[in-house]
Design a protein around this ligand. Sequence first.
Ligand code: NIG
Ligand code: FE
Length: 426
Amino acid sequence: MRSIVLSRGVVKRALRSYTRPDMATLITNIGELVTPIGSEALRGSAQGALDIRNDVEILIEDVTITRVGRRLDRRDSLEIVDAGGGVVLPGFVDAHTHAVFARSRDEEFLARATGIPYDGGGILASAAHVAECSEDELVSRSRPFLQRMLAHGTTTAEIKSGYGLSVDGEVKMLRAVRRLAETLPMRLVPTFLGAHAVPEDTSRDDYLALLIEEMIPRVKQEALATYCDVFCDRGFFSVDEARAVLVAARAAGMRPKLHADELADTGGAALAAELRATSADHLLCSSDRNLRRLAAAGVVAVLLPGTSFTLDVGYAPARRMVAMEIPVALATDFNPGSCPIYSIPVILSLAVTRLGLSIEEAITAATLNAAAALDLADVVGSIEEGKRADLLILDLERHQQIPYYFAHNPVRKVFSGGECRAGRDR
Ligand code: NIG
Ligand code: FE
């Protein structure tokens, strides 16, 4: 469990709720098993090369997939799950969300529909909402959204802070993530995004000093985050500012990620390559030169077509990225401002119709490559012996129907850690 930094007691409690001694489950009558293969991100032509089989069963023991093969032995102690001839996929990994927030910003959404453009200014509105909330309230307001994500097939999700924008506010958000991780049957990966915007009542320099001298040490002290992210973009943080924050965070044990080149090409992708960040996210405006640097550095590109769709702006150049052999991942970016979409199936559909990915490339992007964007590709992201038993049964005949039924949630059963934890037919 490399990517959750939690105290030992917390990990033990979480694992206890996840373990099922002496239980084994056999998933039978699978119409189509569809999965990428491997323990690292796939790129180039390999990104679309899925393993697709229609003659296999899956054996789950405790929390792990122990066999994938034809006509496995039946045993007395086996629980049989009939997949009803449906499609079976790995649990989705949502590698970029802001799923902890205090309230929606529907008024901003409706104003945008009348022509007011998005400039990221709503981040401060969300920060004001979080400031009014206790940690308990944040937990109880965010939990239903995470349950909906789980019901749409997300078994692992990254969650960023970034609506606190003060020492106490950021710590409150990350503690809320930790409490949600302890109580929900999904893996949550916490990211510190104190550098999301400069609060109104603080100067840039003072806020940067606060980030580096107070927030990062505090996040480290309480072991609250695996990653540190910075909104490196026009009007937010410059490349030099982002570098200073990420270098300090790395010294405190957090790995770098970047919101890069969403609004303008300010060099965020180049910085991600320079720092060998785990991922660079958004990437709508990056130059080809900087994209090639990402490819050379092996940084995962996390694309967020739900945000482009919501804001009605351009899309990232996904086809060029695949051609450049950048490993491409997909995520929702679920947040109260620029993307209220929390469904990975909807994102898969947008990836096919707007980004031009094949459905096979898109499935890899939302499973194995997204797991790599969280340094978890050796644990989740594919259906293979030894991987964690996070998998989905869909009510579809073949995986090509996922993007086609755009507005439908195809997820019938969600197995998280070997147990059916959500879905319509639990
Ligand atoms: O990823 N781009 C920066 N942050 C979020 C939006 C946050 C907001 O508008 O509240 C994003 O789109
Ligand atoms: Fe984001």
